[in-house]
Every structure is written in C-alpha cells, then in structure tokens.
Design a protein around this ligand. Structure first.
Ligand code: SF4
Length: 140
C-alpha cells in the first residue's frame, strides 16, 4: 500500500478486504488482507518511479513496454491481469558486482543459521553435563 500512498498522482488503485482464517491446533483465529483490485491509471501516471522505489517487497518493476496508446482514455487504467502480462517484458535484474558486499538478506540469513547452529551445539554441551568442558558441572 506504500506505493498508492506515495504516488504523487494518486493513480494507483488498491481495494482489499480482511479475511479471518480459522484457528489451527488450538491457536487463535488469524486475519489476513486479501487483494481485490490493483490497478494503475496510465492516463495520470508521470513515470516518476516513486512507487517502485517505495515498495518494500520489490513487487513493482520497470518495463521497457511503451506501446499501449488507446483511443479511449478509460482503457489506460490497467488492472492487475493486464499488469501481470507485462511481467514477461521485465528484463532480469543485473548480476551483483563480484566485489560487492553480499545482499543484506543473505548476510542476515547466514548469521541466523550460524546462531542456530551454535545454539544446537550449546544444547549438546549442556546435555553432556559434567563431562563437557563448558558445562554447568565443570570442575575448578
Ligand atoms: S510512476 Fe506513476 S504510478 Fe508510480 S508513483 Fe509515479 S505517478 Fe504514481
């Protein structure tokens, strides 16, 4: 929804509703947002790219497609089905520079994996008890 809020022309239309999911395994019921409509009015869009920059999920992309002139201005509002067809025209992202830092998401995932591996190792040492070097039963 940040895209619609940040768009200076207010030409992104989003409709949604909340849906309640039944509780599983004794938990409480959950609600989730369900998208009903996502459309962009290209009669208003000025191609500033703010929506693409604002999206925290990288869900919007530039397309080199530009031949979509219409005789009827109403046809310039592209609903999500038509926008989805454009995905085939989106070029793949550029490869990362070999000398660049890895993406933050990969570094965070590696750190979390190392932490969980350390946690599993720590539990193993504690389970070994007095025989472990760092366990609670360590002798002076
Ligand atoms: S590119 Fe178009 S849809 Fe996106 S923020 Fe700019 S005016 Fe709005």
């Amino acid at each position: 929804m940040l895209c619609a809020r940040e768009c200076p022309d207010w030409c992104i239309y989003i409709d949604s509703h909340k849906e309640t999911l039944p509780a599983e395994g004794g938990g409480r019921a959950r609600t989730r947002n369900v998208l009903d409509r996502f459309a962009i009015d290209f009669a208003l869009c000025m191609y500033c790219g703010i929506c693409i920059e604002a999206c925290p999920f990288d869900a919007l992309f530039w397309s080199p497609e530009f031949e979509y002139a219409e005789y009827d201005i109403n046809e310039l509002t592209h609903e999500r089905d038509r926008l989805r067809e454009w995905m085939w025209t989106v070029p793949p992202p550029q490869a990362h520079d070999a000398a660049a830092e890895p993406p933050k998401e990969i570094a965070a995932a590696e750190k979390a994996m190392a932490r969980s591996a350390r946690g599993a190792g720590g539990r193993g040492a504690a389970e070994r008890g007095a025989g472990g070097r760092d366990g609670p039963g360590r002798r002076p």
